[in-house]
Write a protein that binds this ligand. Structure first.
Ligand code: GDP
Ligand code: CA
Length: 320
């Protein structure tokens, strides 16, 4: 059985994983999920990226939105607002609240996040082993300019959801990452992998944050197996969201080629770009990374499955 390890953020990671399951139905898939986006709201621990993967693969996701639950209602949020209790900019629905209540209760009882995630997945049966990158607290902060000419750090969610990345990000800091340890199972999964994939997730605040946990980058290199990524940047822009803001903060151009070079040949063996970026193939190969141009728009699960199949093909090619 082929053992595949995937580093994943939220929407881009989850939709790719749904395609990968279709393309490789017999594979044993372990997902290392980003927890740098986690936030405490109303006294509850919210893990947006882990939940997006869990709900997407478990059939509970809001299909068009790509995050949160299908058939959601917002009574609790309205009642909180009636008390004047915010933040009102983060949309937590009633069904979603239950997940965060269970998680927070288990954490308060002493369970690590990895055990809590496993317990939540017993309900959702996502068909993959979903591991948080770490059980330790890591929180991505974004440094922005203030009106008085200074700078301040805000939580990633405040930057992304409340400010909608409307101001430039000067720096992105995964606070706590340096002291964090990979969650139980993460390094073992990497060591046992036959192939490691980077889905079209945000290279800075999703995959970059996972790689910032000491030991994970080394674990990938030491696995000695093909590492193949798919570009989240198509035609010089992110397909969804504001990844260009994050790339600018770390001085990387918003192109499929620049993201490949940013990961580098020390990490990546193969890279898929969209067909509109086929002119970038030679430059990526010149950087020592095997590159192919294939359609990379996940319009539906079949399209995501074709992308996953192309990634596995490229992994086979670099192995040979
Ligand atoms: P988030 O945590 O919800 O932001 O999700 P991820 O980090 O997993 O993925 C976000 C990235 O997915 C964005 O940078 C998008 O450009 C990328 N993305 C979303 N949909 C697609 C798609 O259909 N094709 C490609 N190539 N990238 C996509
Ligand atoms: Ca995220």
């Amino acid at each position: 059985m082929q053992r595949i390890v995937v580093l994943a953020g939220g929407i881009g990671g989850a939709r790719f994983l749904r395609g990968l399951q279709q393309a490789a139905p017999d594979a044993d898939i372990t997902v290392i999920g980003n927890t740098g986006d986690d936030i405490h709201l109303f006294g509850l621990k919210v893990c947006p990226d882990l939940d997006t993967v869990m709900y997407t693969l478990g059939g509970g996701i809001h299909p068009e939105q790509g995050w949160g639950r299908a058939d959601e209602t917002f009574t609790v949020k309205e009642e909180l607002a009636a008390y004047g209790v915010g933040p009102e900019w983060f949309g937590l629905g009633d069904r979603d609240f239950a997940t965060h209540i269970v998680r927070t209760q288990m954490i308060a009882a002493g369970y690590p996040l990895s055990a809590v995630t496993e317990a939540l997945c017993r309900r959702w049966e996502p068909g993959v082993r979903l591991l948080p990158m770490t059980d330790d607290r890591v929180e991505t902060h974004v440094l922005i300019d203030t009106e008085d000419g200074g700078q301040k750090a805000v939580h990633f969610q405040e930057y992304w959801v409340r400010l909608r990345a409307s101001v430039a990000a000067r720096a992105v800091v995964p606070v706590g990452a340096e002291q964090a340890k990979p969650a139980p199972g993460v390094l073992d999964a990497l060591a046992a992998a036959d192939v490691i994939l980077f889905p079209p997730s945000n290279p800075v605040v999703s995959i970059g944050t996972i790689l910032a946990v000491p030991g994970i980058r080394e674990g990938i290199a030491e696995a000695g197996v093909p590492v193949v990524g798919l570009s989240p940047i198509v035609g010089g822009a992110p397909v969804r969201g504001m990844a260009d803001r994050m790339l600018a903060a770390i001085g990387v151009e918003t192109t499929a080629e620049a993201v490949a070079r940013h990961y580098g040949s020390g990490l990546l063996d193969g890279w898929l770009v969209d067909t509109v970026d086929s002119a970038a193939v030679d430059a990526v190969e010149a950087a020592g990374i095997r590159c192919r141009a294939v359609p990379l728009m996940m319009a539906d699960t079949d399209a995501a499955a074709a992308m996953a199949a192309a990634a596995l093909d490229l992994a086979g090619e670099v192995r040979a």
